[in-house]
Design a protein around this ligand. Structure first.
Ligand SMILES: Nc1ncnc2c1ncn2[C@@H]1O[C@H](COP(=O)(O)OP(=O)(O)O)[C@@H](O)[C@H]1O
Ligand SMILES: [Mg+2]
Length: 243
């Protein structure tokens, strides 16, 4: 088997005495949707920060398209093709939807004949916000702002998209809209998605495979159905409200 698009080996990340990631291995294949779950404080966001170059781990490697990206700056990693969205939305509230996406597109290398404006319009249309393209982002609902973030991430032309708890704060109906868009995104743009979610049920509905962290350690990996029923995973979630 050829090596996966994105993978990590033996990643350890400490903050002082706290071991946020303890010898973690993971991989994300081409056009795969992989869920990353675990209780609060498990180390999920820290793993994304390591992949995105925000933190440099004390040990381990993150390989993307055959090269170790540890030590590269976040903007460089983004340019190589890894984009992310955040737990708390980070759109520019006073800029319009169009402008928000254009800022991201303007910082990306151009390919082909499509102009920046054409690309922005296409991405806004893909996320379903054509009707609000001239609205300031602050006038959008939370799910719409999250979709603006997705369009901004797509504007950087990623091969891998890192989503950090995108469904937090959404109603079940909004979650379904978002989840459906992510599946289409994988099919139409050919991206891989690495997806953190606290809610185990939405992950098991959406992902091809799941990785479970607890106290910085990987305690499960594989097909959702099987992994989520293992004793160790069930125990990690005991006492937590599983929505
Ligand atoms: N910059 C940091 N400095 C110190 N501790 C941190 C930092 N970032 C995360 N942590 C700690 O690392 C652990 C894992 O955090 P995090 O990755 O945010 O968990 P999760 O996203 O799974 O809820 C937590 O105990 C958190 O307090
Ligand atoms: Mg987190």
């Amino acid at each position: 088997m050829s090596s996966p698009l994105l993978f990590g080996r033996e990643i350890t990340m400490r903050f002082g005495g706290l071991v946020a990631l303890d010898n973690v291995d993971f991989y994300v294949g081409e056009q795969e949707i992989v869920g990353l779950i675990g209780p609060n404080g498990a180390g999920k966001t820290t793993l994304f920060n390591v992949i995105a170059g925000v933190y440099k781990p004390q040990n381990g490697a993150v390989m993307f398209r055959g090269r170790n990206i540890i030590g590269l700056k976040p903007h460089k990693i983004c340019r190589l093709g890894i984009a992310r969205t955040f737990q708390i939305v980070r759109v520019f509230p006073s800029l319009t939807v169009f402008e928000n996406v254009k800022v991201a597109a303007s910082n990306s290398p151009r390919h082909g004949k499509e102009s920046i404006n054409e690309e922005v319009v296409r991405l806004v249309d893909f996320v379903g916000l054509s009707g609000k393209i001239s609205f300031p982002a602050r006038e959008l609902t939370l799910v719409e702002q999250k979709l603006v973030e997705v369009a901004r991430a797509l504007a950087t032309r990623p091969q891998v998209l890192l989503l950090d708890e995108p469904l937090a704060g959404l109603t079940p109906a909004e979650s379904a809209v978002y989840t459906d868009k992510m599946r289409r995104l994988r099919d139409e743009f050919g991206v891989s998605i690495f997806w953190i979610e606290h809610d185990v049920k939405s992950i098991s509905r959406t992902c091809d495979r799941v990785i479970v962290l607890n106290h910085g350690k990987k305690i499960g990996e594989g097909e959702c159905k099987e992994v989520l029923e293992t004793e160790e995973v069930v125990r990690a979630y005991l006492g937590e409200k599983i929505a």
